[in-house]
Ligand binder design. Structure first.
Ligand code: FAD
Length: 310
């Protein structure tokens, strides 16, 4: 049994585990994929004190730092179900997808977020065959080809600018009547010669020849006209969804499915803490996730000191 079990091995979970282990308590991490979203990130220039690095490199240092402590790392393991307690001090049970059951006095949820999908026909069929979510990872596969970016928020426009340097032409499709990206990004995108922007466009289908993507269909929301765009790649950039689906109903989430946390990382359930992108924190960044992981681990330690012995 653990004193502190962290579910999630991204920056929030790694930071929480180090803070937990440094208190001398039995600490473990269960992670579906150690590193989380950072593994999908190429250039990182805002991790303060490190001028520039790459995601996988930062993940390697994270792992090295965690392994420097007595932390039980269970990588490639997914938590499936939680059994929480009503009174402080009881054992919380976590069931993994492989059937294993783990118990802990305090639980720290740091399961992060994942790409939001379009949910249109063809998206799943052509995933990895032209439909992509990570421009930093998959952009180079489309060198010299025409691609579409779905979504005109910051991530969509950043993706378009990034891809424009690699591919022949980028078409951004935005559902709304205007782009939501920061003005500076919009200006940059408009200044590039090979980015087209289509507003008011509802993507309806990914089309292909059975092997790979050949285009997409969309409806112009103002005229109602159905249109077709020929592209070989489609980058979906319509936001992130918190990984909170497996959590019990008793745990309070906001209307976006994010775990509601207090200033010490506590949730509404005794002994359950949360940190990082899966929570209702205002901004989602590596440094913020690490800070909240540290906060929640200290909060959980505080709870353990006060919880009645059972
Ligand atoms: P995540 O990194 O999402 O990690 C979640 C962890 O939980 C993973 O280990 C995952 O496998 C695990 N998990 C999920 N569900 C389960 C389950 N049921 N059981 C077990 N484990 C589970 N931030 C910056 O500060 N600078 C940047 O330059 C930057 N660039 C980015 C670029 C991209 C392409 C993306 C996607 C994000 C970027 N971010 C950047 C944001 C940053 O990566 C996130 O804010 C940060 O990774 C959040 O950390 P986290 O630990 O909360 O979650």
């Amino acid at each position: 049994a653990f004193d502190l079990l962290v579910v999630g091995g991204g920056p929030a979970g790694a930071s929480a585990a180090i803070y937990g282990a440094r208190k001398g308590i039995r600490t473990g991490i269960v992670a579906d994929r150690f590193g989380g979203q950072v593994m999908d990130t190429m250039a990182i220039e805002n991790f303060i004190s490190v001028k520039g690095t790459q995601g996988p490199k930062l993940v390697a240092s994270l792992e090295e730092h965690v392994r420097d402590y007595d932390v039980d790392i269970m990588d490639n393991q997914k938590a499936k179900k939680l059994q929480v307690v009503e009174q402080p001090g009881g054992d919380i049970t976590i069931e993994l997808e492989n059937g294993a059951m783990l118990t802990t006095k305090a639980l720290l949820l740091a399961t992060g977020a994942r790409w939001r999908e379009m949910n249109v026909p063809g998206e799943q069929e052509y995933r990895g065959k032209g439909v992509a979510y990570c421009p930093h990872c998959d952009g180079p596969l489309f060198k010299g080809k025409a691609v579409a970016v779905i979504g005109g928020g910051n991530s969509g426009i950043e993706a378009a600018i990034d891809l424009a340097g690699i591919v022949s032409r980028v078409t951004v499709l935005e559902f709304d009547t205007k782009l939501r990206a920061d003005e500076v990004l919009q200006q940059k995108a408009r200044s590039m010669g090979n980015i087209d922007i289509i507003l008011n466009a509802r993507t309806t289908e990914v089309t292909g020849d059975g092997q790979k993507v050949s285009g997409l269909s969309y409806t112009c929301r103002s005229s109602g006209q159905a249109k077709q765009l020929n592209v070989e790649g489609i980058f979906v950039q319509i936001g992130l969804v918190p990984n909170s689906q497996f959590l019990p109903e008793a745990l309070a989430l906001n209307n976006r499915g994010e775990i509601i946390t207090g200033s010490g990382g506590q949730t509404n359930l005794p002994g359950v803490y949360a940190a990082g992108d899966v929570t209702d924190s205002a901004y989602k960044q590596i440094i913020i996730a690490m800070g909240s992981g540290a906060t929640a681990a200290l909060g959980a330690f505080d709870y353990l000191m006060r919880a009645p012995q059972q």
